[in-house]
Design a protein around this ligand. Structure first.
Ligand code: SAM
Ligand code: SF4
Ligand code: SF4
Length: 338
């Protein structure tokens, strides 16, 4: 099958697969407790794709040029028997890179099984190495030591190079950035600082809460001089820097201050089988009727190809141009995955 291009000429290369909308954290910037409290209705089990259904979509996507798959959520480690999904995805022809993004709290328990099943790398979200700030931001008081144990287990199991993702919020964790960088450097992991984004509608995002990546780069570069590196591959979202003392790399994800829609080659599959062509989507195209109907793979292929060909998303660039968009509320990050 030939590769597909969208209306702006972008090929399809990455698929992010959210396998659950549930999470054991309530990060203030993603699933604030006021919205995601005890009464919140998560997806009913019957609506969530089975591992076989997910593998089928990945197989079709691989036929259109997808080479990288990232398992995400919600918290992917909450899904029972995850290594069996990993094994199915790892065996799909064309998939060269299979990674997972996790909050890390359960990673110490599963790292070896996941590596054994064929997972290549993990990205662990870690917003602070200050215990109080970490507990406050995860919203449920989970201890830092649980996540650090997960990171260390992943490294021991060979799930690297490991990336640590931190969302930086003005007045919340910006003070702890140097400590976080020191932690990552000390363990040889790449820290990626993410500008706080207006994904979803539940967190009351305000531009003033965004710490521009350029400011973070200055702060870190003054302590440990840095030099810029070329992109690792076409479409890489992070700008990369190398510590001049040879102690690893730093990544900056500048979705707000310097959007990178022009090179966006990502498609997203939600836990209930909807394809979304942008992180800031207001709705996806439901594949479940096709996956659970009689049509076979051809029907899924036709739909997926048509969805990508008609895509023209460039939300972050439009935000930067101050072009407000119509189309109703955006879907939540915990539903779609990062
Ligand atoms: N639960 C897993 C985790 O936290 O790693 C995977 C899903 S989480 C939605 C994926 C990534 O999205 C995390 O690295 C998280 O920090 C990031 N994220 C969530 N809300 C965000 C926001 N408003 N702005 C920027 N990044 C966000
Ligand atoms: Fe859960 Fe990840 Fe969202 Fe935090 S960022 S609430 S860990 S899905
Ligand atoms: Fe891609 Fe949408 Fe993000 Fe732009 S805003 S980089 S199109 S996901």
């Amino acid at each position: 099958m030939p590769d597909v291009q969208d209306r702006l000429g972008r090929p399809l290369r990455d698929l992010r697969v959210s396998i659950t909308d549930r999470c054991n954290f309530r990060c203030t910037y993603c699933m604030p407790r006021e919205t995601f409290g005890p009464g919140f209705r998560f997806l009913p089990r019957a609506d969530v794709l089975t591992f076989e259904e997910i593998a089928r979509v990945v197989r079709v996507a691989a036929g259109f040029g997808v080479r990288k798959v990232r398992i995400t959520g919600g918290e992917p480690l909450l899904r029972r028997d995850l290594p069996s999904l990993v094994a199915q995805l790892a065996s799909i022809e064309g998939i060269e890179d299979l990674a997972m993004t996790t909050n890390g709290a359960l990673l110490a328990r599963y790292a070896w099984d996941l590596a054994g099943a064929g997972l290549k790398r993990v990205t662990v979200s870690l917003d602070s190495v200050d215990e109080d700030t970490f507990r406050l931001m995860n919203g449920v008081g989970i201890e830092l030591s649980a996540v650090i144990a997960g990171i260390d287990a992943a490294a021991a199991a060979g799930l690297g190079p490991i990336k640590l993702n931190a969302v930086v919020q003005r007045g919340v964790n910006e003070e702890g950035i140097l400590n976080l960088a020191e932690f990552a450097r000390g363990r040889g992991h790449t820290l990626r600082l993410i500008e706080y984004m207006d994904v979803g509608e539940s967190h009351g995002w305000m531009l003033e809460q965004v710490v521009p990546a350029a400011e973070l780069l200055r702060t870190i570069g003054q302590r440990w001089p840095l030099e810029e590196l070329p992109a690792g591959y076409p479409g890489e979202v992070a700008s990369r820097y190398r510590y001049q003392d040879g102690r690893g790399e730093l990544g900056l994800i500048t979705s707000v201050t310097a959007p990178f829609c022009q090179s966006c080659t990502r498609l997203r599959l939600s836990a209930d089988g909807k394809l979304h062509t942008c992180l800031f989507s207001t709705g996806g195209r439901d594949l479940r009727p096709l996956l659970r109907g009689e049509g076979g793979d051809e029907a899924v292929q036709a739909e997926l190809g048509a969805i990508w060909r008609s895509r023209s998303d460039r939300y972050s660039e439009q935000r930067a141009e101050w072009k407000p968009r119509s189309g109703g509320p955006k879907v939540e990050m915990s539903y779609l995955g990062g």
